[in-house]
Design a protein around this ligand. Structure first.
Ligand SMILES: NC(=O)c1ccc[n+]([C@@H]2O[C@H](COP(=O)([O-])OP(=O)(O)OC[C@H]3O[C@@H](n4cnc5c(N)ncnc54)[C@H](OP(=O)(O)O)[C@@H]3O)[C@@H](O)[C@H]2O)c1
Length: 297
């Protein structure tokens, strides 16, 4: 099996957008703290070109990464974009000069944010736009998102957005949004050790909606577990590859967008699609989250 299988294919519901299940998250391409230019701009361009030439056709981004810079690097590396490339962005935040992440959720903010994405990516419409609720730090918080989803639906009716997704949301917020418009994907914090969304994932799978975990490798605090290392050692794989393979096995609607600024890590992550996890390995890996919860309490 070659890297080009990339976990098989997935079609976003009600769309003609089909992607390989292993994609790429572009957040790591900006400078430290997701701010400013990368230390190695040529390296950032190389990662994107390597990803696409290896068959990646799903890139997750945002104009508030950098800000603006990550999208500008994507344009520099990949424009004119291959017809099969699906670029997914998100709206709902802005980055003031103190480098913090602030909500940007008024109709004017959301519209301006979309135009920033269109300009910096050099696109006339975006394939998928996620409304990214700010919630708490890296988790969702209940509260109506109807106004913001309605703005995205209006921008969709103007032809500027093809399809709509959600990020950092609760089950109730998904249902609220679905009463307004079709939702094709949900992007929340989820990985081997952080499994608050298990029920939501199964519910979305029944509806054919993609679930796209952010922090699939643990994000700013990389996953570490002796069980993960043991399983990886037995398979002759790296812990990060096993963490990604576990997500692919977890549910067929899970799409991966691991982030990296390194070509070597990129290839390591893409090769995770070739890993087969035995029922015993899956049972061991399933125990990691329970152990993590026990430690927290
Ligand atoms: N919707 C949201 O709110 C939200 C929030 C966060 C992220 N995201 C999206 O989700 C994507 C993924 O999240 P993320 O990038 O924050 O976290 P992640 O994919 O869980 O982890 C990225 C970190 O892991 C390292 N890494 C990647 N591959 C590795 C490998 N094979 N071996 C060792 N280390 C490896 C990267 O460093 P190197 O650069 O050194 O490889 C980076 O420090 C982002 O790129 C972004 O597009 C969305």
């Amino acid at each position: 099996m070659s890297e080009s299988t990339l976990g098989g294919r997935f079609t976003f519901p009600g769309t003609s957008l089909t992607v390989q299940r292993i994609g790429y998250g572009a957040m790591q391409l900006a400078g430290e703290g997701v701010w400013g230019p990368p230390k190695d701009p040529d390296g950032a361009v190389a990662v994107l070109r390597e990803a696409v030439s290896a068959g990646v056709n799903h890139i997750d981004t945002s104009d508030f990464y950098g800000p603006h810079i990550t999208n500008q690097i994507i344009r520099q590396a990949l424009h004119p974009y291959p017809s099969e490339l699906v670029i997914v962005t998100k709206l709902g935040a802005r980055r003031p000069s103190d480098k913090s992440w602030q909500p940007a959720i008024s109709p004017q903010d959301l519209t301006a944010g979309l135009h920033d994405n269109l300009r910096n990516l050099d696109l006339e419409a975006i394939d998928i736009v996620n409304y990214r609720a700010m919630g708490s730090v890296h988790g969702p918080k209940e509260g109506s998102i109807a106004e913001q989803v309605t703005v995205l639906a209006d921008l969709q009716s103007k032809g500027l957005i093809r399809h709509i997704g959600l990020s950092n949301v609760t089950t109730a917020q998904v249902a609220e949004a679905q009463a307004i418009t079709d939702i094709v994907c949900v992007q929340n914090n989820y990985n081997l050790a952080h499994r608050q969304d298990d029920v939501l994932i199964d519910d979305l799978a029944r509806q054919g909606i993609a679930y796209v975990p952010f922090f699939p490798l643990g994000g700013f605090t990389p996953l570490q577990s002796s069980t993960l290392s043991d399983v990886a050692g037995r398979l002759g794989a790296t812990p990060m590859q096993v963490a990604l393979a576990w997500l692919l096995h977890r549910s067929p609607n899970i799409l991966l967008i691991p982030g990296t600024s390194s070509v070597a890590h990129l290839h390591e992550n893409l090769a995770a699609g070739q890993l087969k996890l035995s029922p015993q390995a899956l049972t061991e890996l399933d125990g990691i989250a329970a152990a993590a919860v026990a430690v927290e309490h």
